[in-house]
Design a protein around this ligand. Sequence first.
Ligand code: UDP
Length: 326
Amino acid sequence: MRVLVVGGAGYIGSHAARGLRRHGHEVVIYDNLSTGYAGLAAGFELIQGDIADTRMLTSSLRRVDAVMHFAAHAYVGESVENPRKYFRNNVEAGLALLNACIDCGVQKFIFSSTCAVYGVPVKVPITEDNPRLPVNPYGVTKLVFERALEAYDQAYGLRFASLRYFNAAGADESGEIGEMHEPETHLIPAAFEAVVGMRPQLEVFGTDYPTPDGTCVRDYIHVNDLAEAHVLALQHLEAGGSSIAINLGTGRGTSVKEILDAVEKVTGKPVPKFIAPRRAGDPPALVADPSRAEQLLHWKAELSLDQIVSTAWKWMQSSSARALRK
Ligand code: UDP
């Protein structure tokens, strides 16, 4: 298939683009490079455009059979301080993309959703029928988009997959692409920054949670496992499968403390750190029940926590990452 990877110059989108190519699909990347990097799209056709630019989108959409949509803002804290930015990009511009798809006859749509749509889960591990009650504007914008997909399916025959990611982490084995955010807020790259002296210390946000070691528990999933699930979701739609909403996680919970232990093991160096207050909006534990993805897509996360941390470390030290940081 020919696939437009919108936001393909970002962290998860760039890995999905390579995943599609590995499976023999043709990829065109569409990205406004506001937070993405042309370097992450190297080797692919890159159209530099905004999803709110319907004219430019239309000419790109006419060339493809399906869309994968990764172009969104994704910082919970920022969404609380600046919800306008989130509603404008994730909802308003996202809907412009979706409408352009319908108008151009593109009926297969893979959406980057998030476990943030669940808010504070009623039970962990989280299944897809957990109520969707997001507790921050970021999660609300993703839920609004999921609802639009459901309505467009009913009314216009759109086929979609809402893929609810847990904590994406790690990098491609090649060391050529990986996670790059400005500023970096995610735990694993932030811990590396503390190890190499790019930040003075890592803040551990709370050690008094009701978890085994008192730190927050998350479900860290390798970005290439996510990429693989995107390809399978697309192939499910291509084979005539109905629309789906599925969790993408490992089913394995890891605490902040366990992540820092893994970082110390892989780097062979201590992580300079101090205990800080809890970060607003962090639930104690978020772990996926990934069984629906296994049933519907025959997909299971394959890569271990050690592989997540070691590939992320390889990327952090790579010449490609250094070139992007300049
Ligand atoms: N975390 C932390 N210090 C940091 C960044 C994150 O203690 O500098 C914790 C955070 O409170 C959460 C976990 O690490 O429990 C994962 O946070 P991250 O921002 O990586 O992902 P999120 O779960 O917010 O999507």
